[in-house]
Every structure is written in C-alpha cells, then in structure tokens.
Write a protein that binds this ligand. Structure first.
Ligand SMILES: Nc1nc2c(ncn2[C@@H]2O[C@H](COP(=O)(O)OP(=O)(O)OP(=O)(O)O)[C@@H](O)[C@H]2O)c(=O)[nH]1
Ligand SMILES: [Mg+2]
Length: 323
C-alpha cells in the first residue's frame, strides 16, 4: 500500500504566518472579534496554519458548554438560538454560535433568513455567529466545524451553540461532539414525530416543542412524552415547550441546558470527546480513500471474498484494518 495515495488533497495555503499565531491567540483570548473571525476562518478552511493554531489554542479549551440544537427543517432552531442568545446575554453570559448550512439546502431562503435574524446580535461583543457550509458532509458536521468549536471555546464564550438540521448524519455527529443535545420539534411538521421516535429521540438530553403558540403544540408534547415513556431509559429527559418568537419558555430551556451540562464530564473529558470524534472521522476518511483508490490485490481479493459470501463485509473491514 502506497501511503501517499491516502493523504487526500493538500490543505490550502494560509496567509496566516506561523509567527503571527501567538499574537492572534492572545487577541482572540482578549475577545477581539476580528481575531476570533480570523481564527475561525483558518480552522474552517483547514489551512496549513490550522494545525499549529489548534495546538496554540489547546491550553485554553474546556471552558465552554457545547450545546447542539438539532431538529427537522423549519422547527424554529434559528429563532430559538436567537431567543437563547437574548436570554443568556440578559444574564451576562456570552454565546458563540455555529450554524451548519446543509449542503443542498431545502430552501435557500432559510439560510439567508438565519443570517438576517442573527444579525441582531452582530454589534454585541458577547455574541459571535458563524455559518459554515457542511462541505459534502451531507448536512452533517464537517470536521472543520468541530475545530471551530475550539476557537470559540478558547475565546471564552460560556455557551457554544451548534445548529444543525436533524438529518441522519448530523444528529449522530451532534450526539458525539456536543456536551448537551437539544432536539427541537414543532407542531405541524407532518410525520416528524415518527422521525423523532426513530433517531432524534435516542440522542436528546432535552426535548423541545417549539411554536408553543401554535395549535397542536400540546398534542405534539403529549406524543413525545408518550414516545419517551415506552423507552424506559429515556423517560427521565425534560420535555419543554417554547415559543421562540416571544421568548416564552426560553429561561426554562437555558436552565435545563445548564443543569444537564453541570452533570456532564469535566473540561478534559469534554475536549477528549471532541478529539475522539475527530480521530474517528479521520480514520474513516483514510479507510474510505484506501478502499476507493487502491486497485491493488488486497482490496480486490477481499471484495471477491465478500461477493462469494465467504466473508462478511464486517470481517473484510477488520482484515483490511489488520484487527
Ligand atoms: N408561530 C411561531 N413561529 C415560529 C416560532 N419559532 C419559529 N417560528 C417561525 O418558523 C419559521 C422557521 O423558523 P427557523 O428558526 O428558520 O427554523 P429552523 O429550524 O432554523 O429552520 P432550518 O434552519 O431551515 O432548518 C420562521 O418563519 C419562524 O419565524 C414560534 O415559536 N412560533
Ligand atoms: Mg435554521
């Protein structure tokens, strides 16, 4: 196996010089908005400066509570993020937001709408918002987004909110990198309760029925409680009703987030969880590239064994990994 075939495309060159990193980190630590934005951009691009920058951020990580906001399109995630920002700011806390745009947006307007709604926070140094493309990660979190968390954590934001649309992949990603997982639903989203039952319900630490002002909100709430009660392991999780447009229920949501976050692990285990995710993602990418690009005998041989039914794909994968 020729290892150079497994390295992937080279990272984009950076305009950030190595010797400028300590200064950038110092300004980021002081909360300077332009420095935070510059660091986020380097990490998002995964530029040549991203690895040394991440290393320089390491001593300052583990302070932020990373909260995933996920749920079906249109449930009101962005509106709720805005309402949470307003409440946390009124309490003197600070908030960083990473909104992950789906690769193929369901409606281009929703993304633009997100930006416009969030501009209300743009003059406030206690808030930093960045929309990221999901870059072919099918609505999931790109590894770049996970690294961006580190920049916001090091910059000292108390809460880092990650908004992702609840597709299969992103909900699993959010489950792995967030310290607290908030799953948002709303009445009138068709068969979404069904979808919640299968995937999102399993990962939620807190369930929210948003659009509490809409008819059917109480019914949605009861359906979720019913779905939880048949899963005895999950029946303890809080189910809250919010109206993001008015802020109703938002203080209770923020309290619940802090309570769940308080029960989570320490700073080290939070950082370790994110690092484990990045390793798993990188390992999966390397293996996928090996399988795709290697036309050598090893993989063809394994493929034939799988085709003949002598070996399961799982065993073949283990053989490939030598484990
Ligand atoms: N009546 C009512 N409307 C709401 C509420 N929260 C959000 N909305 C509206 O619902 C629509 C969708 O809200 P968004 O915040 O964009 O929803 P989202 O989940 O972020 O949507 P995507 O990012 O596209 O997945 C907007 O028109 C909001 O104004 C609420 O509590 N009550
Ligand atoms: Mg949104």
């Amino acid at each position: 196996m020729n290892d150079t075939t497994n390295l992937g495309p080279p990272p984009p060159r950076s305009t950030l010089k190595l010797e400028a990193i300590p200064d950038l980190v110092q300004r980021l630590r002081a909360g300077e908005r332009r420095a935070i934005a510059a660091a986020v951009t380097e990490l998002e691009k995964l530029s040549t400066s991203a690895p040394p920058l991440l290393e320089a951020l390491q001593p300052y990580l583990g302070h932020a509570l990373v909260v995933g906001f996920t749920g079906p399109p249109g449930a009101g995630k962005s509106t709720l993020v805005n309402a949470v920002i307003a409440h946390v700011r009124s309490q003197g806390g600070t908030v960083g937001v990473i909104a992950v745009d789906p690769s193929s947006p369901i409606s281009g307007g929703a993304i633009l709408g997100d930006r416009i709604r969030m501009t209300a926070a743009l003059d406030d140094d206690g808030v930093f918002v960045r929309s990221l493309a999901s870059r072919g990660y099918l609505g999931g979190l790109s590894p770049a987004a996970v690294r961006v968390i580190d920049a916001l954590d090091a910059a000292g934001f108390d809460l880092v909110l990650l908004e992702t649309v609840g597709t299969g992949q992103s909900e699993m990603d959010v489950a792995e990198v967030a310290d607290v997982r908030v799953v948002i639903s709303a009445p009138g989203l068709g068969d979404d309760i069904q979808a919640m039952k299968s995937g999102l319900l399993e990962i939620a630490d807190i369930l929210v029925v948003n659009k509490g002002d809409r008819e059917g909100a109480e019914l949605t709430l009861q359906q979720l409680l019913g779905a939880l009660s048949i899963r005895s392991m999950r029946s303890h999780i809080p189910v809250l009703k919010t109206t993001a447009t008015t802020g109703d229920g938002v203080p209770e949501l923020v309290s619940a987030v802090r309570e769940v976050g308080g029960k989570g692990g320490d700073a080290m285990s939070r950082r370790r969880r994110r690092a484990r995710y990045l390793i798993a993602r990188a390992a999966a990418d390397i293996v996928a590239r090996r399988v795709k690009e290697d036309s050598g005998r090893e993989i063809d041989g394994l493929a034939d064994e799988v085709l003949s039914g002598r070996v399961s794909p799982d065993i073949a994968a283990r053989k490939l990994l030598g484990s």
